[in-house]
Design a protein around this ligand. Structure first.
Ligand SMILES: Cc1cc2nc3c(=O)[nH]c(=O)nc-3n(C[C@H](O)[C@H](O)[C@H](O)COP(=O)(O)OP(=O)(O)OC[C@H]3O[C@@H](n4cnc5c(N)ncnc54)[C@H](O)[C@@H]3O)c2cc1C
Length: 492
């Protein structure tokens, strides 16, 4: 590949950093990714024990086309690199009144299942999907199409005021859910999509309803071997295309002067010189430690952290009837659950998400066993006693759903404190910044940093957390760098 362009350093080897690195390499930059952990992938991480494999970060892949787009830039494809499964069914949702509904890959099948649980609601679901699809198509060409520097950047990309009305940004997802569905259970189901960005349905805009359409139309995906296989494929493609990696290497500071960045200083005092620095770290860590900036830090804090979570990994003997790959057991009172979290408390009746990937992929657990990845929402910064929480959660699950107690081979628990330490994410926030509030979309740290040559990619910057958003942030940043170099070719 040509080497006429300025070299770049990416701080942090999370998915946003890796995808940005491949994109820049495809354009001809020399790129080095510096990661403090021994492994790459950031929150897309795995844990293995006694023949079990767990994805301990993302377990649901949506919009894999966004990663394929990056692979295509370097002459390969996701299909060439790994085996993807489009899950069907996608999810099974359970309520404590013993009602349950299965969501399928085909929305018509889902509508029938919803109607069987709640007569009349199947039609409401199909009507709702039309609305959610409109939001997604407008969001793709506006909010997600480039950097966001305030409401003006959004309005500029809109065709008319109608676009703004249709994205439904002025009411909360919970309020909109009451308009779309008469059954309170389905209102709760729709509200759950706020948690895909670590937000509360009672505070996040109803725009997030579009995630339901993305899942319904573009599928819920799994990579054979676990999502760790996706990470491995991304690392392999980056390596084969000449991205350099420095793992076990911490960046201490971003170097430069008041106007522009000139590289990064590592913990061993070595300096990597580069006119382009892409920070793939939590924005709070960036502006507190790597490039202390009081004013910018204040703005970052105003954006608000996403929720954290408590992860409970269970190796379980035997197999379970009536579950699918992704399962959710809802709390009785969703509003109370989020009110408790907004006060910094752990919910006493948490909604429990369980990914049991051995249902789809026998390689993930020993024969006749299951790998249960349980996740409950927790407020960022919550103190959780990980010695006892796992047992408690398994007891809770036994009361409301599946009794694993006699089948447990081991339990491992990871709480917000461990998540914070592992990834240097503020308070253990799992999605970076939240989408709570009408202004959240404009408060996220910008992809362009306050110094020339500095760019931000990943969950805490625009457009937010979750693998698809992080992949979009990599696209936005790579395009921005290309644009900056075209406008100012002297910086080459
Ligand atoms: C439990 C959990 C469940 C999730 N579930 C899903 C899901 O089902 N679907 C989905 O799409 N998303 C999910 N997510 C969110 C998704 O994992 C993240 O949004 C995404 O992986 C974040 O990528 P990132 O680019 O922001 O980088 P991160 O993953 O945040 O990586 C940042 C990297 O920077 C490194 N770093 C930090 N400071 C320094 C430094 N000073 N020097 C060098 N390196 C540094 C860190 O070690 C880390 O590796 C989940 C996350 C978690 C934790």
């Amino acid at each position: 590949m040509p080497n006429a362009l300025p070299n770049a350093v990416v701080v942090g080897g999370g998915m946003g950093g890796l995808l940005a690195a491949i994109r820049l390499r495809a354009s001809g930059h020399d790129v080095t990714v510096v990661e403090r952990l021994p492994t790459l992938g950031g929150k897309l991480a795995t844990y293995e024990r006694d023949g079990y494999t767990f994805d301990i970060g993302p377990s649901l892949l949506t919009l894999p086309a966004l990663i394929d787009e990056v692979f295509q830039l370097v002459g390969t494809s996701l299909n060439e690199q790994l085996q993807l499964h489009r899950l069907d069914p996608q999810f099974r949702y359970f309520w404590q009144n013993r009602r349950a509904v299965t969501v399928y890959d085909n929305p018509v099948d889902t509508a029938s299942a919803i109607d069987a649980m709640s007569p009349g609601s199947g039609g409401q679901y199909l009507q709702f999907l039309k609305h959610a699809r409109r939001i997604w198509s407008i969001s793709e060409r506006t909010f997600l199409a480039g950097p966001m520097t305030g409401a003006v950047s959004l309005f500029r990309r809109m065709d008319s005021p109608r676009d703004f009305r249709q994205i439904d940004a002025m009411r909360s997802l919970a309020v909109a859910a009451k308009k779309h569905f008469s059954d309170p259970l389905l209102q709760q189901w729709l509200g759950r999509y706020a948690t895909y960005s670590g937000s509360s349905p009672f505070e996040a805009p109803a725009t997030l309803a579009c995630i339901a359409a993305v899942e319904a139309d573009h599928g819920a995906w799994y990579a054979h071997g676990g999502l760790g296989a996706l990470r491995d494929a991304v690392v392999k493609v980056a390596t084969l295309n000449g991205v350099q990696f420095r793992t076990n290497t911490e960046v201490l500071r971003i170097e430069g002067n008041k106007r522009r960045v000139t590289g990064v200083r590592l913990a061993n005092n070595e300096v990597l010189t580069a006119p382009i620095v892409i920070a793939n770290v939590d924005a709070e860590h960036l502006y507190t430690d790597l490039l202390p900036q009081r004013k910018t830090l204040k703005a970052v804090r105003r954006a608000g952290r996403s929720t954290s979570g408590v992860i409970v990994l269970v190796g379980a003997k035997g197999t379970t009837q009536n579950i699918v790959h992704h399962n959710v057991w809802f709390s009785v009172d969703y509003q109370h659950e989020f009110e408790q979290m907004s006060k910094g408390e752990m919910p006493e009746d948490p909604t429990i998400y369980a990914c049991v990937s051995s249902v789809t992929d026998a390689s993930q657990a020993p024969a006749n066993c299951e790998n249960w990845f349980l996740l409950v929402n927790a407020p960022a910064g919550a103190q959780v006693d990980t010695e006892t929480y796992g047992q408690w959660l398994i007891g809770r699950l036994a009361t409301i759903g599946v009794d694993l107690r006699d089948r447990v081979q081991f339990i491992e628990t990871i709480g917000p404190t461990e998540i914070a330490h592992r990834y240097r994410s503020s308070g253990g926030a799992i999605y970076g910044t939240s989408s709570n509030g009408k202004r959240a979309a404009f408060r996220r740290p910008a992809n362009r940093g306050p110094r020339k040559g500095l760019y931000l990619v990943g969950g805490s910057s625009h457009p937010g957390g979750g693998l698809p958003m992080v992949a979009i942030s990599a696209r936005i940043v790579a395009n921005m760098i290309g644009h900056d170099l075209r406008v100012n070719p002297k910086s080459r």
